[in-house]
Write a protein that binds this ligand. Structure first.
Ligand code: SF4
Length: 269
């Protein structure tokens, strides 16, 4: 059972060190998607309540008013979000992402990344922005693997369908393949199935540190044959993955961006 807390925030627009981005909006804190590997679970450390990641969402109910003021004179790029998915299930009720986007300065370059096909609801609002990039995360097209690692988000095929529709609507679209799940993410299949609906692929390696316990529990339970392989992941493994991605990018004639911590290709500003 996910506990919803309505809170009033002092601010929702913050500077970010994410490569290529200037600002981030976090109007939700906590995410109902409950991904096993989630890097945002550090948010738990700052909260007074003793609730685990995936069991709470703080809804910053004054975010639409705040963003109107905070973004008014801002320029540069802004992304949603880093401490939640902007289209997690609670968004159906609160419509907070939608209202934030309705009030956001349309001169800013908008970047959305989600694991939900609810993103399709807001096509009319995205049109406010001259410069807008819409991304769906796809870590696998195998629904059984998806259910293990991203239990409460849209199915991989619903996300693929969302990319297809956003492309048909004329938007710049990208697929975020991250984190790559070693020995489980089929990169060639993803290139084959996803390429027709996107302008760009982005790739991220799996960082075990934020959720080591959760990832190993999931591997042990569902893919016991991979336990040792996950313990022995090395820089060489990720260098080979980079090579594979570059080769596939050429084969499918698609631009790629690689953000791998283990090989040094991820550089925070
Ligand atoms: S959708 Fe993103 S923020 Fe939400 S649990 Fe998954 S990885 Fe974390």
């Amino acid at each position: 059972m996910v506990k919803i807390h309505e809170v009033r925030a002092k601010s929702v627009l913050h500077k970010t060190k994410i490569p290529g981005e200037d600002w981030v909006i976090n109007h939700y804190s906590g995410c109902m998607h409950g991904c096993i590997y989630c890097y945002a679970r550090f948010v738990c450390r700052w909260r007074k309540q003793n609730e685990k990641w995936g069991e709470f969402v703080d809804v910053k109910i004054n975010a639409p008013e705040l963003i109107a003021k905070e973004s008014k004179s801002k320029t540069g790029s802004v992304i949603l979000c880093t401490s939640a998915d902007p289209y997690q299930p609670i968004e159906r009720k609160y419509q907070l992402t939608r209202r934030v986007l309705q009030n956001l300065n349309p001169k800013m370059k908008l970047g959305i990344l989600t694991k939900s096909d609810l993103v399709l609801r807001d096509v009319d609002v995205f049109r406010r922005f001259k410069n807008c990039e819409l991304g769906l995360t796809i870590t696998t097209l195998d629904e059984n693997i998806k259910k293990v690692f991203e239990p409460f988000s849209s199915s991989s095929h619903a996300r693929l369908e969302a990319l297809k529709k956003l492309k048909q609507e004329g938007f710049y679209t990208y697929a975020f393949i991250g984190p790559i799940l070693p020995y489980l993410t089929d990169l060639e299949e993803i290139f084959r199935e996803v390429s027709p609906f996107i302008d760009l692929f982005m790739f991220e390696d799996l960082n075990l540190t934020p959720a080591k316990k959760e990832i190993f529990e999931a591997i042990k339970k569902n893919f016991p044959g991979l336990e040792d392989k996950y313990r022995n992941l090395s820089k060489e493994f990720w260098l080979k993955k980079e090579k594979e991605i570059k080769g596939l990018g050429k084969d499918f004639n698609k631009p790629i961006k690689i953000y791998f911590k283990h090989t040094g290709s991820l550089k925070f500003r």
